[in-house]
Design a protein around this ligand. Sequence first.
Ligand code: ARG
Length: 246
Amino acid sequence: VGALFSATGYAAEPAIDSILSSGELKVCFEAGYIPFEMKTKDGRFIGFDIDIAKHMARSIDVKFVPVNTAWDGIIPALQTGKCDIIIGGMAITPQRNLKVMFADTYIEIGQTVLIKSELEDKVTSFRDLNDPKYRLASQIGTTGAQAAKKYFPKATLDLFETSADAVLQVANGKADAFVYDLPYNALYASQHKDTVVHLDQSFTYEPLGWAIRQNDPNFLNFLNNYLVQIKKDGSYDRIYDKWFKS
Ligand code: ARG
């Protein structure tokens, strides 16, 4: 009996059983992470992860059910059964991997910085930011926050609940730089050319993976084989190109 219950008390039924009996694939993500998951003005969810999740649900004839969750609480949401899987641009880190299982890497990224445009001549490398005169911003609980502490220990770091709030500090000139994932920064910079400059040399290596509850080898096997299939049959590339090549 012990193995059937997680530390949170949630009866951890194999995800495939509940997905098939409910006819729903419940997917946790935090909307606002461009271009992986965004909420449109009329309340729909779109993005690279969303298209993959929809394709995944379709491949087993179940309904895709979005579960938009604060980033801070996204692993607890998975652990307590609010969703079956996190498809949310989550980096596979040793600390997270102690709590959840990850399917194989579906995309590799790294950390970069967005600097306020007035600093363009003074800050030419991410290394220049490790200086007490700089104020940095990132999102709570992310690898960006972790990287900021590790690479820029001399600077001041302000952490925000959402990436939107954090990056706004730089756009408003209240912070000097925003530390975050490269795809997000590249897209944000292309949309805010007047206020920020992207230093696009990434200084970390981060594999992103889909997270599931522990002790569920059937679901893990399903996901890894599904990933190989979409990578080889062109579906992955089609979805990738739609969101990353425009
Ligand atoms: N890749 C980073 C991490 O794993 C940030 C992900 C943030 N994702 C989001 N949906 N807000 O910490």
